[in-house]
Design a protein around this ligand. Structure first.
Ligand code: ZN
Length: 193
């Protein structure tokens, strides 16, 4: 059984991974929520809990290697790989292109599970899917903690998210919070959180 959504959201709030208020996102859009997954994953018990959901889901997928896109996917990918007893590697972007570096390799026929923290557009994951295919490896599935695509992203193979989190955003000129006279905060900027 999946972890109840309310329980997960409570954990996100408690660890300040999820902030509620009025935010200007890096996209320039305004939102009543700000989410930073890394904040919850700094706590071993929660990292273990969420990675465990992914590992459990793919328990019978005969995963031989876990592969994650840097940077967000590395922490959760490492924990999933550890729990599954699978070799764990990550991809990095160099000059805009996703690559395996550091001598990491995917082997033909190897069963690969892609693990990511948050999927919004799915861009990084789709690039890792291409790397898996190019290597002649088999895609065992895609597992991630949070689906923020509002149900829009579907990966061809088996995919699983621990939580689907709806994202509300507004164009600044249409933002009801601005209209109410409130000023948006840029999260991560100096002095704010
Ligand atoms: Zn606003």
């Amino acid at each position: 059984m999946k972890l109840p959504k309310d329980q997960i959201l409570d954990i996100f709030r408690e660890t300040k991974a999820l902030l509620e208020g009025h935010f200007q996102l890096t996209s320039g859009l305004h939102s009543p929520q700000y989410f930073q997954c890394a904040r919850v994953l700094q706590y071993p018990k929660y990292l273990h809990l969420f990675a465990g959901e992914i590992a459990k889901h793919f328990e019978y997928a005969e995963v031989e290697v876990v592969i994650s896109p840097a940077i967000g996917g590395i922490v959760v990918g490492t924990e999933v790989g550890r729990m599954m007893g699978a070799r764990t590697i990550f991809t990095e972007r160099k000059e805009g292109r996703m690559e395996l570096r550091r001598g990491f390799e995917l082997h033909a026929g190897e069963r690969a599970l892609i693990v990511e923290d948050v999927v919004t557009t799915g861009g990084s994951v789709f690039e890792v899917v291409d790397l898996v295919k190019q290597a002649g490896a088999q895609l065992a599935g895609v597992g991630y903690i949070v689906d923020r695509s509002n149900g829009k992203i579907k990966f061809a193979s088996k995919y699983f998210s621990v939580l689907q989190m709806d994202v509300v955003t507004y164009q600044p000129e249409e933002c009801p919070l601005c209209k109410a006279g409130d000023q948006a905060i840029k999260p991560g900027s100096r002095g704010n959180y």
